[in-house]
Design a protein around this ligand. Structure first.
Ligand code: SAM
Ligand code: F3S
Length: 477
């Protein structure tokens, strides 16, 4: 038990976390919650009113990040005024970039931490609490908010709580940061350069998750296919080696990875689609634009044809590969012809759900100094046209699934009905169907009967693992 755990918790209420942005941030918020529960016994609550601690986990990848933070803090003022002992913290990428500005502009904030220092939260909170009883002179010297936005790399992974599953599917962060420096992107500056966790640490976490009943892992990283984890023998494991090792973990029967860079789709990673049946036929591979001119200005370091060749190779192995991507419209200098090339690429590749954004200049990035010359109404029109095409493709894929039998990992009881359960297909579609809670954690076969915008409805047709599961329960008795 740590020194902090052995003390009586100074908090009687709960923990409220508001998270902006990507999966990495969701993952970080989850880890923060677990750490603070372990340290202070704080459990998550739905509203700031019920909380003793309010944390904002921010994201600055896209527009208006800073304004959003100050707007939210403005709304939190009343909660601090109502109960001045509440601890307020700001973390994530905006904290990393604007830590000092937040400290100056928002005196209600007690702690400011970056994506790589969230494991130091308990120590920072202790310092903030100590400051409350300090003399005015000491307070002035400390300038109020406790701030730590450094990049201590491995330390974060080593100090976070032991892996704990929330169910049958788990995210496992295998690397952090990005060293690609696309000209529009703030991530390398806010999260630091690529840094991979040692291979055996990742494997130990996955083995522990499998023992807790996890059946699916999603290997997570800002640029996950740039994974280069040191192995005990001094060799370096890339993502392909890691996937092969994860496959051998008993109980893990589905593997995903997100999010990837086209230039890191090595032949050995592509070969995994032939060699590892547990690897899903679903790939999120951002391209941003279909125009080579724009790709060069973005410093993506590849051409559209190379991206297409990669997808073609994987589809040769897995003809049913479901592909999703990220797209940016209105990058400085993007012409109508450039945009048409994006539409042509989308048409050719056939995407199954994707993310598309209007370009927004990010302070400190090289593209921010280019004239933002595509007019807003044009950016909006392009986004609309792109999203219409992407939505049409997604709907056609969902409709095409009707009448097919899909392997579904049952995750939980359905939100819609008490006699229904809910799971996911390989291409990450939510499927609801009639079934008993005993099915949770099993791979089952479901005949898809109806397709909606965000989910599918089906009928259970086979439970290939039922016997194995009842035996497992029998042995556990
Ligand atoms: N690793 C991924 C890749 O290979 O491209 C990207 C991760 S990035 C954090 C997530 C997405 O945010 C990007 O793919 C891009 O589409 C979008 N994005 C990043 N910076 C942006 C900006 N300045 N304006 C609009 N969208 C942006
Ligand atoms: Fe950003 Fe490009 Fe890395 S989009 S996260 S700098 S691959």
């Amino acid at each position: 038990m740590s020194e902090l755990q052995s003390r009586t918790s100074p908090f009687s209420g709960g923990l409220f976390i508001k998270t902006y942005g990507c999966q990495m941030n969701e993952y970080d918020s989850d880890r923060m919650a677990k750490l603070l529960e372990k340290t202070y016994g704080l459990s998550l609550v739905e509203t700031p009113e019920e909380a003793d601690m309010l944390l904002l986990n921010t994201c600055s990848v896209r527009e208006k990040a800073q304004e959003k933070v100050f707007d939210e803090l403005g709304r939190w003022k009343k909660w601090k005024a109502a109960k001045p002992n509440r601890v307020i913290g700001v973390g994530g990428c905006v904290a990393s970039q604007e830590g000092d500005v937040i400290r100056k502009r928002a005196p209600l904030v007690d702690v400011i931490f970056g994506p790589q220092t969230l494991h130091r939260l308990p120590a920072m909170i202790e310092e903030a609490l100590a400051l409350r009883t300090a003399t005015e002179q000491d307070k002035k010297l400390k300038k109020r908010a406790i701030i730590d936005i450094s990049f201590p790399e491995i330390e974060k992974f080593d100090n976070l709580a032991e892996p704990e599953s929330n169910g049958v599917s788990a995210f496992v962060s295998v690397m952090e940061g990005c060293s690609k420096y696309c000209t529009f992107c703030v991530v390398p500056y806010t999260r630091g350069e690529e840094f991979s966790r040692p291979f055996s640490d990742v494997m130990a976490e996955i083995e522990s998750l499998a023992q807790q009943g996890v059946r699916e892992v999603n290997l997570l990283g800002q640029n996950v296919n740039a994974y280069r984890g040191e192995m005990p023998d001094g060799e370096v494991a890339d993502l392909a080696v890691l996937i092969h090792a994860v496959r051998a973990v008993e109980g893990i029967d589905r593997i995903r990875f997100t999010t990837s860079h086209p230039n890191e789709m090595t032949q050995s990673l592509i070969d995994c689609y032939a060699e590892v049946p547990e690897l899903v036929s679903h790939l999120h591979l951002p391209i941003q634009s279909g125009s080579d001119r724009v790709l060069a200005m973005m410093k993506r370091n590849h051409m559209a044809i190379e991206y297409k060749a990669t997808i073609r190779k994987i589809r040769k192995i897995r003809p049913d590969l479901s592909l999703s991507g990220d797209f940016i419209v209105g990058f400085p200098g993007e012409t109508c012809d450039d945009f048409k090339e994006t539409l042509a690429l989308v048409k050719e590749m056939n995407y199954d759900r994707s993310f598309s954004f209007i370009y927004s200049p990010r302070p400190g990035t090289p593209a921010a100094s280019l004239p933002d010359d595509v007019e807003l109404h044009m950016k909006k029109r392009r986004l609309q046209a792109l999203q219409a095409m992407l939505n049409e493709q997604t709907a056609a894929i969902s409709d095409g699934m009707v009448g097919t039998t899909q392997r579904v990992l049952v995750e939980r009881l359905s939100r819609n009905s008490t006699n229904e359960v809910s799971g996911r297909t390989e291409n990450n579609r939510v499927v609801n169907f009639e079934g008993q809670p005993e099915l949770i954690g099993q791979f089952v076969d479901v005949l898809i009967e109806e397709a909606y915008t965000n989910s599918l409805k089906g009928k259970l047709v086979a439970t290939p693992e039922a016997e194995q599961f009842s035996q497992r329960q029998f042995y556990a008795l």
